[in-house]
Structure formats: C-alpha cells, structure tokens
Design a protein. Structure first.
Length: 238
C-alpha cells in the first residue's frame, strides 16, 4: 500500500566530493533510487546549499555584516543544487524550483518529483523541509546528511560519540541547547535542526529519520523496503 507523500532533505555537501567538485555519480545514484518509488505517490526533495554555499557566505560576510544578505546567497545556491538534480531526473521531475509555498502547491498538482531549495532568509533548508512536510501532510521526513544520525555529542570531534536511535523533540531541544547554548544558526552555519524546525516537529507530529547520505545503502533500504532502523528517529509519537 502506497503512502500518500514523503519529503526528503539532502544536504548540499553530499552533492560534492572532498575537492568540492560535483559528484555526478552520487547524484545519479540518489536520483535513480528516488525515481523508483513503489511506496509513495508524492515526493518533495529539499536540497541544501552545502559547502559551496558556506564558502560564498564566508566571503560575503567579510564584505558586510548583513546576515539576511548572506542568507540569500545560501538560498540561491540551494536552488541551483536543486536544478542540478532536476537536470538528471528529466521528465520525472517538475521542471521549475518552487520559491514559495504557493508555487509548491501548484507544482505538487503534477505527478512528478518536486525539488526545492531555500525559501526565505533566516530559515534553514531543514526547516523548509519540515514546513513542506507539514503543508502536504507528509507523515515522514528523511534527512540525508554527512553523519549517521543524532549523537549525544559531536561525532566529528569525539570518537566515543554514541548514536541516539530514538529521541523526542523535547529531549532533542535540550541536547542541542546543551551542545550549542542557543538554537539559532547564523547564515551558512550547518545544524541539522534549528529553532523553527524543532517547533514544527512539536506541532506537526511528523516523524523525522536522520541517516548518513555518504553511503546510500541505508537510504535505499528505507526507500525500497521500509526499513526504519537506519540512524535516528525523531518523533513525539508514543
């Protein structure tokens, strides 16, 4: 039985290799998995800006202290990344990148995969993905990032970091505050969740699955077989 809809968030940095060159193989592998969608009628993919966006923002920030302007660079890069995936998906994808929820509502009427980037300054692409999931009443959001899920401490800094397989939004908020002392990220700063995204999780009852996109095998299991044991589940459902 097909589920009505699902949202995927893919980190922009996953589209590039260690030398910041476009990783065409990763893009084709990801898109080939998504094109075969036996379990979903509606698919929205939100693409992040990644390392390229952060490099632009770093330079812009050296010119000006205008964080909103920095955000617009990240948004533009994320939309270009979305277009990159559209170019591979071809007729399977809606040809335009929606720049608002209103434009998304039109795109979602088509029987095609819809790809998006950022929407507005001050909003991460993760919060965009959650807003989109809430808007289209998708029960699940899967986030592909460069770590295996949510850990009790930064796995890039601590070898003994422990993967948290299940966490609710209240405990996740406490964990992030403990780690960062605040919830709001600056333009271009990568955090899996920020204030807005946590608020949407609390009010929407969406289940969020976080897994590594460095290797797509876990995502493939989730997509084709419904395997939810792929990293961390953030959910307030009992």
């Amino acid at each position: 039985m097909k589920e009505k809809s699902i949202v995927i968030k893919i980190g922009g940095s996953l589209l590039f290799d260690m030398n910041h060159n476009i990783n065409a193989q990763k893009i084709s592998d990801f898109c080939d998995i998504v094109k075969k969608h036996p379990n979903y009628d509606k698919i929205i993919i939100v693409v992040g800006g990644g390392i390229i966006a952060r490099e632009y923002i770093q330079i812009v920030r050296s010119f000006t202290q205008n964080e909103a302007l920095c955000d617009t660079f990240g948004i533009d890069i994320s939309r270009i990344n979305a277009r990159l995936l559209i170019s591979y998906l071809g007729s399977s994808a809606y040809p335009l990148v929606p720049k608002s929820i209103e434009e998304l509502s039109i795109a979602n009427l088509q029987n095609r995969i819809v790809l998006m980037g950022g929407l507005q300054p001050g909003q991460s692409t993760t919060s965009v993905a959650l807003e989109v999931a809430e808007y289209i009443a998708a029960p699940k959001l899967i986030i592909l990032t460069d770590v295996g899920g949510i850990y009790n401490k930064d796995p890039k800094k601590f070898d003994d970091a422990r993967l948290i397989e299940h966490i609710n939004s209240a405990d996740l908020t406490k964990l992030i505050i403990k780690r960062k002392n605040n919830l709001q990220a600056a333009a271009g700063e990568y955090r899996i969740f920020d204030t807005v995204s946590l608020q949407i999780i609390k009010r929407s009852n969406i289940s969020v699955f976080i897994t590594s996109g460095l290797n797509l095998e876990k995502f493939k299991r989730f997509w084709n077989q419904g395997d939810e044991n792929i990293g961390t589940i953030v959910s307030d459902k009992k």
